[in-house]
Write a protein of this length. Structure first.
Length: 216
């Protein structure tokens, strides 16, 4: 433990740079996932067949081994941010899409009919009634995607993607050396800390953006 603490004290700036890169690539990928997942969910939640197809496709993404997917993307996207973001977007779509569909379908039809009787059109009902009521379920999907992407983002190091995976793979390549364990543990702990910070952020965001009546 003393050796690891000494390593962190000497290399904290290096770890911080990697952690910021890790957080940035996850944040970018998650933002794209939210836009695509929520938009697609809104489009298909009333259409059973379309929803099943969309969910089946995004479920298939999660079955692709991450090493294989990153490797396949090298000749297409090269190295760096782009293949990392594309792969992470694919892996993070399912929880957000699934929860958007589930959340919108859970809205009481009587509430929507009441809004319609008040003169709201379909767009107004969606934005003012259905999405706000479905939001707690959607934000839960976002939190699940965040946890998935935090771990998978480490593997982006195989395509020179940013993040703490760089230290993890460097440590694994030096197994038996004095610094190997410190590199791996530092990368893992950094990912855990980032995951907790992101999850706390979305938990607070969910509470602040959900009306008190729905929370209670």
């Amino acid at each position: 433990m003393s050796g690891f603490l000494e390593y962190i004290s000497l290399s904290w700036d290096h770890v911080l740079v990697l952690a910021l890169g890790h957080a940035l690539v996850v944040a970018i990928s998650l933002a794209i996932d939210i836009v695509i997942g929520v938009s697609l969910g809104v489009l298909v939640y009333r259409r059973e067949r379309a929803a099943n197809v969309a969910l089946a496709i995004t479920s298939t993404f999660l079955t692709i081994p991450s090493f294989a997917l990153f490797g396949l993307f090298i000749p297409i996207f090269g190295l760096g941010y782009l293949p990392a973001v594309v792969a992470l977007v694919m892996y993070g779509l399912l929880p957000i899409l699934r929860n958007t569909v589930a959340g919108l379908r859970s809205v009481d039809p009587a509430v929507a009919e009441s809004a319609k009787g008040m003169g709201m059109n379909a767009r107004e009902r969606l934005l003012r009634i259905e999405l706000p009521l479905a939001w707690p379920v959607i934000i839960t999907g976002v939190r699940v995607s965040t946890m998935l992407l935090m771990g998978i983002a480490a593997i982006a190091a195989v395509v020179n993607g940013p993040g703490l995976g760089e230290d993890i793979f460097a440590g694994l390549a030096r197994v038996g050396s004095a610094t190997a364990l410190n590199l791996v543990i530092g990368g893992i702990l950094g990912i855990i800390v980032l995951a907790l910070l992101f999850d706390t952020f979305f938990n607070v965001l969910g509470r602040l953006t959900t009306s008190r009546g729905i929370r209670d």
